[in-house]
Ligand binder design. Structure first.
Ligand code: NDP
Ligand code: 8X3
Length: 250
């Protein structure tokens, strides 16, 4: 039977690459993000491969999230796979000078947004006693690095919430896991550094992970047999040993 996946943050980077990978494999798609034009363009490209529906909402807006999920047409209402991917780092500052606006964005999007989307979808999974949820964490959810404070906090929260989901949803046979990448070359650094030119140098001197590498892994995770749940996966580019050790050739 054809499965349906809802991907948040599908307008760019890891979410977009996952949409392409899933489409190649015939998975019906619900693509989410704030940038409507991008969603439409991706839908147009992928519609030759699979059925695609787009939902434009900000994950920070719980009412908007609920309305969007509620508005799904019948043929997209049954969600088998949820990829909680929307998120970003905002800023890289020591705690004493950090921006409250950046902190709010990271906690509201990476943590609360993930919760809002999950809360809107999980009840249909518990009712059917089936489903698969993948939360995109980060190596920043496993170790804290200088000036990473609140972003690392948000991703540590994602890991704790993933574990909590896995425990609570265990009686329902729902799979829950986290995929935690190190450095991936996406629009992530442009958002983190707000377009500052330092954003263009983050991936210089080494081969960073590409969004497609993570999409491959996500497809691998969702295509295992039912009895296999990849609960927690950490992936670095070969040049990276941990958050602060990256072999660069400049
Ligand atoms: P991108 O900046 O390329 O993509 C981020 C996606 O999140 C966009 O599609 C964006 O869509 C969406 N998004 C951001 N804020 C909101 C919001 N308020 N409401 C709805 N959607 C939102 O970054 P990545 O692909 O790299 O990041 C994806 C995930 O991977 C994030 O959770 C990130 O923390 C994680 N990650 C990234 C790593 C990296 O090095 N790049 C490493 C480890 C983890 P739109 O703006 O259209 O709403
Ligand atoms: C993204 C990886 O090292 O920029 O989550 O925090 S890092």
């Amino acid at each position: 039977m054809i499965k349906t996946a809802l991907i948040t943050g599908a307008t760019s980077g890891i979410g977009k690459a996952t949409a392409y990978e899933f489409a190649k494999n015939g998975i019906r798609l619900i693509l989410c993000g704030r940038r409507q034009e991008r969603l439409q363009a991706i839908k147009k490209e992928l519609e030759t491969l699979t059925e695609v529906y787009t939902l434009s909402f900000d994950v920070r807006d719980n009412a908007g999230v609920k309305n969007a999920i509620h508005s799904l047409p019948d043929n997209f209402k049954h969600i088998d796979i949820l990829i909680n991917n929307a998120g970003n780092a905002h800023g890289l500052d020591p705690i004493q000078t950090g921006s409250i606006e950046d902190w709010d964005a990271m906690m509201d999007i990476n943590v609360k947004g993930l919760l809002y989307v999950s809360r809107a979808i999980i009840p249909q999974m518990t009712e059917r006693k089936s489903g698969h949820i993948i939360n995109i964490g980060s190596s920043a959810g496993k170790e804290v690095y200088p000036k990473g404070n609140v972003y690392c906090g948000s991703k540590h929260a994602v890991l704790a919430i993933t574990e909590g989901m896995r425990i609570d949803l265990n009686p329902y046979g729902i799979k829950v896991g986290a995929v935690n990448p190190g450095l991936v070359e996406t629009e992530f650094s442009k958002v983190r550094f707000k377009g500052d030119k330092i954003a263009d140098t983050v991936y210089d001197g080494f081969k960073a992970l590409q969004a497609e590498d993570i999409a491959d892994i996500i497809y691998f995770v969702i295509s295992r047999p039912y009895h296999v749940n990849i609960a927690d996966l950490l992936v670095f580019p070969t040049a990276q040993a941990n958050s602060t050790t990256v072999k660069k050739e400049l």
